[in-house]
Design a protein around this ligand. Structure first.
Ligand SMILES: [Zn+2]
Ligand SMILES: [Zn+2]
Length: 188
């Protein structure tokens, strides 16, 4: 899948990079919603799952290997997205991973589908919201933000989907002020 949009690589833009097979609908939903950051969003062509990422013992994928793939893209900000279950050392799983103040981030939808009945419109909306919150959260890290203690703020750390569902997709006032110093954030 190739984006028809043409941007200069120097312009501030978010590249959305599918790693392995990804559901088209969620890619287009994120492409639209992530414009909230106030810059264009480009959907890139899918790239393969990185070699050496799979850990057969854990039946999970190393998140760091995915970030290495994302890093190769030269855009202002790059958000990798995968359906594979990711982990980092010392954690059972992660919803995503980002370079704080860097350009690269990755999210996985693997655990965001839990409890979702894709035949129910109400559930699909919840699923899309979860994806957006995780995407905004990881991109927030690339904008220099740390975790926030406000449980309504998108930068609140999600220990489980309960936290993800409870928090909003928005940055709190404090996080927004920090981010506005570094980025092009607008009205999320
Ligand atoms: Zn985080
Ligand atoms: Zn906050």
């Amino acid at each position: 899948m190739l984006s028809e949009d043409v941007f200069s690589e120097c312009d501030p833009l978010i590249s959305l990079l599918p790693i392995g097979k990804c559901e088209t609908e969620i890619l287009y939903s994120l492409k639209e919603k992530l414009k909230l950051f106030g810059m264009p969003v480009k959907l890139c062509q899918q790239v393969p799952i990185p070699k050496g990422a799979y850990n057969a013992k854990r039946q999970q994928y190393r998140a760091g290997k995915f970030l290495e793939i994302v890093e190769k893209n030269q855009s202002y900000r790059v958000l990798g997205i995968t359906e594979k279950d990711l982990y980092v050392k010392k954690l059972n799983f992660v919803f995503g991973l980002a370079q704080k103040g860097g350009k690269s981030a990755v999210i996985t939808t693997a655990r965001l589908t839990f409890g979702i009945d894709f035949l129910k419109e109400k559930d699909i909306i919840i699923y899309r919201k979860r994806c957006l919150k995780e995407a905004v959260h990881e991109l927030g890290h690339t904008m220099g933000l740390s975790h926030c203690s406000g449980n309504d703020c998108v930068m609140f750390f999600s220990n489980s989907l309960l936290d993800t569902d409870a928090k909003s997709k928005r940055f709190c006032h404090r996080c927004r002020i920090i981010m506005e110093k570094t980025a092009y954030c607008t009205q999320i």
